[in-house]
Ligand binder design. Structure first.
Ligand code: PXG
Length: 465
């Protein structure tokens, strides 16, 4: 393909970017020295950068472009809606057609009795809504003491003060007064590095029982809710042992607390089901949605709420809302995205065809001397890098050193595969074909081979004591 020329040269773009643009989760001074990779176009599963390089995007942007890039239908839906009604609010007894249609469609798609939606612009806002929803629910139920929300270490629920407090990322809590009061964290079901000598099943049960123990410790009359991602995404694609979710479900059913499933990543086909709660057979009271809802084409998220909780919340004014709750353009784009996902049977294809094909390839990587385990559900997968396949232990070097070196090789080979500490992760667009998967696999093997040599040469192929 030709170099894209209808923009400034890369170096000039990088200089302007460094001068004025503060990037998320970035040491901007370091980035300024190195220069950002500038993406100019995308189609299907492939990005084009300002140098004309074609890059296979095995992360679907930031876990969101489920439908793939370049869908005119979504652009047309946005243009139509912008001309007809670019904005109106949903406060003050008003509504509009796109928000109504999308809420109706979501009630249809969501499992169980999650028949109501409170819209937000993304996952963080939606999780902030959830904090307020569950506390308000228990107030109205005459149990105002039930305020505490139990979450998990290494969970990711967003970056606003509320959402980052729900999250269990130490690096985030260290920067500015988090967690906010009445949010506590239990252990994560991460068997590979935390399971020790236990079997995965016993370890899964043990971690689930931490929820029960925490409820007992705090007192059931103080606990409002438990929040969790069905599969941790940003934490490293941590797929819990099979014993974990059934036990959590039992505890939530027996105790008088609400279950919030954060489906920002696992929703809209990522697991091969429409929602991760369906994959695990969960019955949450509230479900957080964002990302794949619009395939990232427009910023929109929300909280799906059960009949039971919505009926209570609806008794009185809920003093909460965002200017862009149910934004008509974002809602119209989301609706069109859901129509395409359904009509083109994209979720079914992931479940029955491309998902199993990817899983087969992914598990072949487990034979590589640099890989300790491979794990995958639908189209979200991870692998643990290791210095010694015979033990489940981290590297001696700081967590992420080896992962970063591997990521650099992937980027060099025009493959977007990310690292979380020393796990490599993928979450490709759900439209990825078998041929795309073959390309992904070839580039992944090449990158692992190269990184393995780099790590050996740097003297970093060493296991922690
Ligand atoms: N919940 C979950 C489970 C998420 O993964 C959010 C909430 C927050 O959504 P917003 O739309 O406010 O970003 C997320 C977002 C990463 C990464 O590095 C992951 C996310 C966002 C940014 C980076 O993997 N997930």
């Amino acid at each position: 393909m030709n170099k894209i020329t209808n923009h400034m040269p890369t170096a000039e773009l990088q200089a302007l970017d460094a001068a004025h643009h503060m990037h998320p989760f970035t040491a901007n001074a370091d980035l300024a020295k190195r220069g950002a990779r500038i993406i100019t176009q995308a189609d299907g599963v492939t990005l084009t950068d300002s140098e004309g390089e074609k890059i296979l995007d095995a992360m679907a942007g930031l876990w969101c472009v489920n439908i793939g890039y370049g869908r005119d239908e979504l652009a047309d839906a946005a243009a139509r809606q912008m001309k007809e009604l670019p904005y109106y609010n949903t406060f003050f007894m008003s509504s509009h057609v796109p928000a109504i249609a999308l809420a109706d469609k979501l009630a249809d798609l969501a499992p169980g009795d999650l028949n109501h939606v409170f819209f937000a612009s993304g996952g963080s806002e939606a999780n902030d809504t959830n904090i307020r929803l569950v506390r308000r629910y228990w107030d109205l139920m005459g149990k105002p003491g039930k305020k505490t929300i139990i979450s998990r270490k290494n969970a990711y629920h967003g970056t606003s003060m509320g959402a980052a407090s729900l999250g269990g990322m130490q690096g985030m809590h260290a920067q500015g007064g988090m967690p906010i009061p009445d949010i506590v964290h239990i252990g994560q079901p991460y068997w590979y590095l935390e399971g020790g000598d236990m079997s995965p099943e016993d370890f899964g049960l043990m971690r689930a029982h931490e929820l029960e123990a925490k409820i007992d410790e705090l007192g059931e009359d103080r606990v409002a809710a438990f929040i969790a991602e069905p599969i941790q995404g940003a934490g490293g694609v941590i797929i819990p042992p099979d014993s974990y979710w059934p036990e959590i479900s039992r505890i939530c059913a027996e105790r008088d607390i609400l279950l919030i499933a954060d489906e920002v990543i696992t929703g809209f086909g990522r697991t091969g089901e429409w929602f991760g709660t369906e994959y695990y057979g969960l019955a949450p009271d509230i479900m957080t949605i964002a990302k794949g809802l619009s395939s990232g084409y427009a910023p929109i998220g929300g909280s799906m709420v059960s009949d039971k909780v919505a009926a209570v919340i609806g008794r009185d004014e809920f003093t909460h809302g965002y200017t862009y709750s149910g934004h008509p353009v974002a809602a119209a784009v989301a609706l069109e995205n859901l129509r395409l996902l359904e009509e083109e049977k994209i979720v079914e294809t992931v479940r029955n065809d491309t998902g199993p094909y990817l899983a087969d390839k992914w598990h072949q990587l487990a034979d590589h001397p640099f890989v300790g385990e491979t794990t995958i559900v639908g189209m979200m997968a991870s692998l643990a890098l290791t210095a010694d396949k015979s033990v489940r232990k981290p590297f001696k070097s700081d967590a992420g050193t080896v992962g970063f070196m591997t990521r650099e090789r992937c980027f060099g080979n025009n493959l977007i595969m990310r690292h979380v500490a020393d796990r490599m992760i993928i979450a490709p667009p759900l439209v990825m074909t078998r041929a795309d998967i073959d390309t992904l696999f070839e580039r992944a093997v090449m990158s692992l081979d190269q990184a393995f040599e780099d790590v050996k040469e740097a003297g970093l192929l060493e296991t922690a004591d």
